[in-house]
Design a protein around this ligand. Structure first.
Ligand code: CMX
Ligand code: CO
Length: 141
């Protein structure tokens, strides 16, 4: 079902500061920056490697507001790993298969993700405490 780890999402207070830290420390390069109003985030993708059906990245996330998912996470837990995203060939099919096993889907249908991808989230409490994202990369990515 999973082809690769697409990205690790990291919650932070100051996106520019963390981009500089990751560039300097790990010699990573930012390949996309976006504001995703629906997800309540300002974000940057730093490329790590290319894999089957898409690349793998670190996703740095700064909340657009305190009551967004990342804003609440920062208030409760502070900066750090927020979610793990797996690359799947077909996000709707993965949602159907995983949902049928009793895992709560946080999205009824796929939403718009980074770099033209289609994404959906699974409830962390149903998968061992890890907020999990399914990602179908955009065609040609
Ligand atoms: N990882 C693991 N556990 C988490 C979590 C996270 N990121 N966020 C919340 N939880 C836990 C809480 O600690 C809480 O556990 P306890 O009951 O033991 O305290 C439980 O989940 C329920 O928490 P809640 O108070 O209901 O939390 P929220 O209202 O903040 O909702 C969640 C949590 C996961 C449903 C919500 O954040 C969500 O829908 N996330 C999906 C969308 C998202 O995260 N978008 C931003 C990223 C966008 C992108 O990657 O592109
Ligand atoms: Co993500």
């Amino acid at each position: 079902m999973f082809m690769r780890i697409d990205h690790i999402g990291i919650a932070c207070h100051d996106l520019e500061e963390k981009i500089a830290l990751f560039e300097r420390t790990f010699e990573l390069t930012v390949v996309a920056r976006e504001v995703n109003e629906e997800q309540g985030v300002k974000e940057a993708m730093l490329h790590i490697a290319d894999g089957e059906g898409g690349g793998s990245y670190i996703q740095l996330l700064e909340p657009l507001s305190a009551d967004s998912p990342v804003g609440k996470f920062l208030a409760r837990r502070g900066e750090g790993v927020h979610h793990v995203a797996f690359g799947v060939p077909d996000v709707s099919q993965a949602m159907e298969k995983i949902g049928a096993k009793g895992v709560r889907l946080l999205d009824e249908r796929p939403r718009h993700g980074s770099m033209g991808s289609s994404i959906a989230f699974l409830h962390p409490k149903d998968v061992g405490g890890m907020l999990t994202e399914l990602v179908q990369a955009a065609e040609g990515r």
